[in-house]
Design a protein around this ligand. Structure first.
Ligand code: AMP
Ligand code: MG
Length: 299
């Protein structure tokens, strides 16, 4: 049932009004920063037969059209790789639909509809992307802090780094949120094990990936995920198999991979989560004007 009263009162909620103002400024600063670095903004893809399989399960969201089966975009990862054929550096404000399960309801970080600033750079390393994101985050906070009287500190560079292995050893399965609560500065978790991530993140030591998550401090948790990508056909096939999938289910993507994908690295940063962090909101639902809250009916 749609709770019209709740949705109507959200439109008068001062927290939401402020958050959307901050979000608008954040998007403006992202675009300004990235175009200043030579990036091209590509339009988002909303439906496609190619989308991110994701490492966790969501309800499926498909559209049948003239016998073609389109998925609603869960992430633009494969389109980013293809967009690097004509362009060297690309970004997109990419709406994602992920019909998350009930267990994500109380996380404060999950919506069923959200937007990623998704970027990808040809021939880049993980470290190139980390450096870029650190500079961009510092730029954004500097630009919006005063205008909106935000409490957010301007982070210090370089952001601290910890490997997945070290973090897991010290804090166990809940390492991400435990570390997030402890830290005062955004930080990176690097070198995820293969079984925790999708097949497109590049493996560089047996079972360890050249990837990273950016984590906000003060308990706000994951901000972004990225990495270097697998781009060679044979390696992608191998990773698909080791990821427990059948290559036949990725025929279309593999057709493109056969013709050649550029080497690249990139990252996706959740816009609503960044807004939540900057505005110190209890939940990401206040960082959206028409949120699709997990387990509720929205408009
Ligand atoms: P992923 O590659 O799955 O980590 O997604 C990239 C980024 O998108 C994450 O780091 C989050 O900032 C954001 N994100 C992912 N899933 C959601 C969700 N259900 N609701 C809001 N933001 C999300
Ligand atoms: Mg992630």
């Amino acid at each position: 049932m749609i709770d019209v009263e709740k949705i109507y009162s959200r439109l008068k909620d001062e927290r939401v009004r402020r958050a959307i103002g901050v979000q608008s400024a954040v998007r403006y600063e992202m675009k300004k920063f990235l175009e200043g670095q030579g990036f091209i903004e590509i339009p988002p893809v909303i439906i496609s037969p190619l989308t991110d399989p994701l490492r966790h399960n969501t309800y499926s969201a498909f559209i049948d059209y003239y016998g073609a089966k389109y998925s609603l975009t869960k992430s633009m990862i494969f389109h980013k790789q293809l967009a690097l054929i004509p362009f060297e550096k690309i970004f997109s404000f990419s709406p994602n639909i992920r019909l998350e399960f009930e267990d994500k309801r109380k996380s404060g970080r999950h919506l069923a509809e959200f937007t990623q600033l998704d970027l990808e750079i040809r021939d880049a390393s993980r470290e190139d992307v980390m450096d870029l994101v650190e500079n961009m985050l510092i730029h954004i906070i500097k630009e919006v802090k005063e205008k909106f009287s935000l409490d957010t500190e301007i982070p210090e560079k370089p952001f601290p780094q910890i490997t997945f292995k070290e973090a897991y050893k010290k804090y166990g399965e809940n390492f991400e949120i435990e570390l997030s609560r402890k830290m005062q500065n955004p930080f990176w978790i690097v070198d995820m094990p293969l079984e925790r991530r999708e097949f497109y993140d590049r493996e560089y030591r047996k079972g360890i990936l050249r990837d990273m998550d950016l984590i906000y401090p003060h308990g706000f948790g994951e901000a972004a995920s990225g990495g270097e990508r697998e781009y060679k056909y044979e390696r992608i096939v191998d990773r698909i198999k080791r990821g427990g999938y059948r290559p036949e289910d990725f025929t279309l993507y593999l057709e493109f991979a056969k013709r050649g994908l550029p080497r690249s690295a990139g990252i996706g940063i959740g816009i609503e989560r960044l807004t939540r962090y900057l505005c110190r909101l209890d939940s990401v639902e206040y960082a959206a004007l028409f949120p699709k809250v997990i387990g509720e009916h929205g408009i």
